[in-house]
Design a protein around this ligand. Sequence first.
Ligand code: GLN
Length: 496
Amino acid sequence: MSDRTSSPLPTAAALTTAVRSGERTAVSVAEEHLARIAAGDDEIHAFNTVMADQALAAAAAVDEKVAAGEDPGPLAGVPVALKDNMCTRGVATTCSSKILEDWVPPYDGAVVERLQAAGAVVMGKTNLDEFAMGSSTENSAFGPTLNPLDTSRVPGGSSGGSAAAVAAGFSAVSLGSDTGGSIRQPAALCGLVGVKPTYGAVSRYGLVAFASSLDQIGPFAHDVTDAAMVFDVIAGHDGRDSTSIPEQLPSMTEAVAASQAVGIDGLRVGIVTELSGRGLDAFEPEVVAAGAAAADALAAAGAKVDEVSIPTAVAGLSAYYMIAPAEASSNLARYDGVRYGLRQPGPNTASMMAASRTAGFGDEVKRRIMLGTYALSAGYYDAFYGKAQRIRTLMISEFDKVYEDFDVLISPTSPCVAFEFGAKADPLTMYYNDVCTIPANLTGHPAMSVPFGLGAHGMPVGVQIMAPAMQEADMFRTAAALETAAPALETQGASE
Ligand code: GLN
């Protein structure tokens, strides 16, 4: 584990240890975090909804269990924030869209149930790019989230609110969803650990669908141990998600502890040439250098590091921006002014639906719906959607082949550090941000981002670790080693 003495924010592990031992009450922990939210969130806008009353009640219930000598759960008293595309019973779940602004789900998502059963204290629902479409949180219908490390810059996206909540100390950990990088990229831009699990490892029950064959829920945390603790709580089979994997994953908390004890001697690490950013203008030199330094650090820690080529890796970007919009156009057809949310009047059903969708969706969502509908339409299906699916299949076979010789693969997480608001107004420039993260969504493999030093403007850089399906233990093991080797994270600090 890294030395976190430079940070004033306690880890989830430290908080739950204090709560479980009775050294601190969960209520005092919740109050402290609510006070930080009250002081700072008007500016940062990490939250769409703060659940102060529910948080204090949940914390009091934890304290009662501790007082009664009962086990309050592995995350007892840990303040957690949820991306606002995860259903919470009785609490608005907006997807940062006007079309769902007033929608209140009648049920909790599977991850919400699991967190609550583990004693975690839900602080609120965090801002996102509308329907999770974006890489900066600028596409939220309710205004952007600011990066707590430098408020002139974006926190990344689409789970920018969840990343900012942890970086600002509003919650100790949080959950995001990752369809093309939306956990890993904001984690990188906010100096956090962010994990996208194997597709099917975490239940999507109660996650508002964007692109169902790619969506996964995962944690944000200050360090690898905290990320592992949350991962262990949210992973596991759930019959309510038809793509949920029945096999049980080993404990990541134990994998991290074992790595800290025995290291990564002999681990086979591949640097993916096409994703390294070398020779590409779109990659900042500090980011490329951090990727190389991370590889050197793993080699110094005993790993066997080699470079490996995966030619289809870069084609993933084009394939993703066909497949994800195609699935989104189908998933978002349900917002029709009848069953959910916003309804605009019209003289007949068709015009009512058109008016509701026109008023309810923002520009980026409309762009995706049009792209997806086009890619799926008769006459274009083979040329666009069909071709993208063939690239996806080819990519899966290339990665499978490479994983015969490597345990994990590494690359930068994002081509650049946190950028300024408005800097990537052209959609294609924004899409390019996902070039390194998208392959793991298309293959369904796990991947995570770990902070590794600072880049331009003193902003954090993230290194991505990818692993074969269900091999999260090796991924977490590598992450723990990288964390130990990472240069001290002295960011320029929160701006006032
Ligand atoms: N930035 C990507 C997109 O806009 C990924 C989003 C995500 O992972 N939810 O589609």
